[in-house]
Structure formats: C-alpha cells, structure tokens
Write a protein that binds this ligand. Structure first.
Ligand code: PMP
Length: 433
C-alpha cells in the first residue's frame, strides 16, 4: 500500500509540530509506521491523502457517534456559522444544548461549558477543592482525565500516599496532593480514606475506564466510591468524557444507577467540535464565578457553532432508537470478532460495552492497569497494521478503545470481521496459543 503523500506530509509536519502531530497518539509511536493524513470522512469511512479508504473505528476518539459529516450536523454548523462564529457573550444555543444534556443526565442540575475534556476535568477539580476547602484528591491508575497538572500523576513507589508527576514540568509538591489507587480496588480506596479522609476533596473516576484499553467497573466498585467518599465529606466526580451519551443516553451513571456530585463531559456533546462541560449539584455549581469564589472562564466557552453542532447530535440521539441500534451493532461486531479470535486460537481478551470495544492481546482478564500492562503490545501493533492494510482503521495504540457509530453498516462489520480473520492469521506465532 503506497503511503507516499502521507509520508511527505508527515515529513513536512515534523518540522512544524513536535513529532509531526498536535496530540501524541496520532504519531503512531505505539504501533510504528507512518501516520495516515486523513482528508475526508463520510459516514463510517475515512479517506487518506493517498486515496485509501478505511472503515473508521477511531471516530475522532469518540465524538462521531453519528459518523463523519452527518448532514444534520453539517447543516447545523453552516446555519450557526452564517450568523457569526463567536460572540464572547451569551447565546441561545448554549441553553438548547444544556437543556438536552440535563434532560438526559438529571444529576447535572447546573453546568458550565468549556472547550475540551481537559478543561472540564481541571475545572471540576478546582471546584471540588474550593467547595470542600480540601486539597488532596484521589484518582485511579490508568484513568485519563486530560492533561491538567494535578491529573498527570502516577503512584509514588511503595506508598499510596504521595503521587509523583507522570510528565516533566509538573511541580512535585502539586503531584503529591494526588493519591493514585488501582482501579477496581475498593479496599485500597477505604484504606486511603482511613488515613487521609479529612483532607480529601474528591475522587475522580472514569465510571468505565477507556484509557487503559476498555476496563469495566467490577460490581460494587462505583457504589463503593460514592459510599466511602460521602462518608468522609468528599465529592465524587465521574469523568464521562468518553461514556457520556455513549454507553447510554444518560451515560454510565444511568446505566449503573450511581449518581456522582459532579460530572465531566466532552466528545459527543460537541459532535466533533471543541466542547467540554462539567456540572452537577446546583449548590456546588453556584460556587463558580461570577456567583461564587471559584474562578473559571473561557473566551470560546459556549461557542455558538459548537453548541449548535452538539445540540443537533443530541437531538438526533434522543429522538431515535439510537442506543438500541448501537447495542445491536456492537453485539454483531462482538460475535464476529470473537469468532475470528476463536478460529485462530490467539490470546485476546475482547471487551465491549454498547458501542465501545477494546482488545487486549493478553492471556488473562484485565481489571486494572497492572493487568492491562501485561498485554503483548507488539502483537497489537502487528494486528493494527494488518487491519490497516485491509482497510480498517483501529486506534494506533494497544491501550485505546474503538468506537462504532450509527453509520457503521452490517457490511462494514462483515468486512471488518473478514479482515480480522485474515489479520489474525498473519500474527507471529508467539501471540498464538
Ligand atoms: N477524560 C477522558 C475520560 C478522556 O478520554 C479524555 C480524552 N480522551 C479527556 C478527559 C480529555 O479530553 P480532551 O482530549 O478533550 O481534553
């Protein structure tokens, strides 16, 4: 497969952007090879600069639940843009999108729009600290909440207590306020609160973990987070940037019946435009400026084009049997992939929730970052490239998830399963049983 144009563009981009990209995973470091420069998307398919067509399971990392260039979204964008691209003043589209969100996720009694998931999580964290007047926070290893300083933190060696920066440039004194615990480990959470309960402002969690591959919460884990945190006067923040409007219209909180104090959203609520939001109990949200003493602001927050696109997408999701169709597509995909995996006797753990899926080249069930890291990343890289060669665009990293959209047809899924059967047959025998 010729990649001449993508290679040339990547070479030029490498002189302009560190690593040739504007977000690290796009550089294909996890799988090797040349990133494809994408020039067009339509429905479930994307097209690269060399004219190759792929069935796309990245979907801009989740926002494109209706597929690429959905006509309703494009119309909404064109209509809004024709009346002005940004005002830096309130506009009616903000209300429309907020009401659609609150109707689906009633725990967001009030919310605030921002421009990314990172901003949503960073702001929710500041609000939780301001509201509780406490400084420590708890996050779970392997959960990603964007790249705010307090959240790019890993567990310190030996002790639970002090996190250490997971990136250069983060003050260690700030990282020390973040305690990092294993996902799905309610016991570790109880211990942390036993030792430091009165200092902990909040626990932030992905209710379904989608940034160490796909890891589902074990029964009782989410309830334990709320129970333990509330007993100690700490808030619970669910980061539903991936799961919101994805695993169900009401997000993971509706699926599992667990209500957090604050919720972070992104991706789907912007339909592929830069949007995030955080919201929750009105009493907490009223602490935000201009009402309260927790500062937060944004020149482009509530941008009319982004709001209009998000509202068009959420309207479409609420007025149709979208989630039943997504579940059906997900189940069909899962049956086909499991058959392909079974046929080739490879050690692959296939996880799925609705339209999100993840593959671990791993002999064992994955429940946290430690078990995820035992996966064979070389086998994933080989599989990724074998799929790419067959016209299937998966995430270029062994620890990212894949997304189906309402645009994926039965033919797309059949073609993907056929490609997977062929791709798995090409894997080095070391990955096979
Ligand atoms: N939270 C989660 C769960 C995410 O998956 C991501 C990004 N993938 C973020 C937050 C950060 O969002 P953004 O990239 O829009 O800043």
């Amino acid at each position: 497969m010729s990649e001449t144009r993508s290679r040339r563009l990547f070479e030029t981009a490498s002189h302009l952007f560190p690593g040739g990209v504007n977000s690290p995973v796009r550089a294909f470091k996890g799988v090797g090879g040349t990133p494809r420069f994408l020039v067009r998307g339509e429905g479930s398919h994307v097209y690269d600069a060399d004219g190759h067509e792929y069935i796309d399971y990245v979907a801009s990392w989740g926002p494109l639940i209706l597929g690429h260039a959905n006509p309703r979204i494009v119309d909404a964008i064109e209509h809004a843009a024709a009346s002005g691209t940004s005002f830096g003043a309130p506009n009616p589209y903000e209300i429309e999108l907020a009401e659609l969100i609150r109707a689906a996720m009633p725990s967001l009694e009030m919310l605030r729009f921002v421009s990314s998931g990172t901003e949503a999580c960073m702001s929710a964290l500041r609000l939780a600290r301001g509201y509780t007047q406490r400084e420590r926070i708890i996050k779970f290893d392997g959960c990603y909440h964007g790249h705010a300083d307090s959240l790019l933190v890993k567990a310190g060696s030996g002790a639970l207590t002090f996190g250490v920066p997971s990136s250069a440039g983060i003050p260690k004194d700030l990282a020390a306020l973040t305690m990092v615990l294993p996902y799905n480990d309610a016991e570790a959470l109880r211990d942390a609160f036993k030792d430091h309960g009165s200092d902990i402002a909040c626990v932030i969690a992905e209710p379904v973990a989608g940034n160490m591959g796909l890891v589902l919460p074990e029964p009782g884990f989410l309830a334990a987070i709320v129970d333990v945190a509330h007993r100690h006067g700490a808030l619970v923040i669910f980061d539903e940037v991936i799961t919101g409007f994805r695993v169900a219209r009401g997000g993971a909180q509706s699926l599992y019946g667990i209500t957090p104090d604050l919720t972070c959203l992104g991706k789907i609520i912007g339909a592929g435009l830069p949007v995030g939001a955080f919201g929750g109990r009105a009493e907490i949200m009223r602490r935000l400026a201009p009402l309260g003493d927790v500062y937060q602001a944004g020149t482009l927050s509530g941008n009319p084009i982004a709001m209009a696109a998000g509202a068009a997408q959420l309207r479409e999701l609420s007025s149709t049997d979208a989630y039943e169709r997504l579940e059906l597509a997900g189940a069909t995909f899962e049956t086909g992939l499991r058959a392909a995996i079974g046929e080739h006797s490879v050690h692959v753990q296939f996880n799925r929730i609705g339209s999100i899926f993840g593959l671990f080249f791993n002999e064992h069930r994955v429940r946290d970052v430690a078990t995820a890291q035992r996966s064979d990343v070389n086998a994933y890289a080989a599989f990724f490239h074998a799929m790419l060669d067959r016209g299937v665009y998966l995430a270029p990293s062994a620890f990212e998830v894949g997304f189906l959209s309402l645009a994926h047809s039965s033919a797309d899924i059949d073609d993907t399963v056929t490609a997977a059967k062929e791709a798995l047959a090409t894997l080095p025998t070391v990955a096979r049983r």
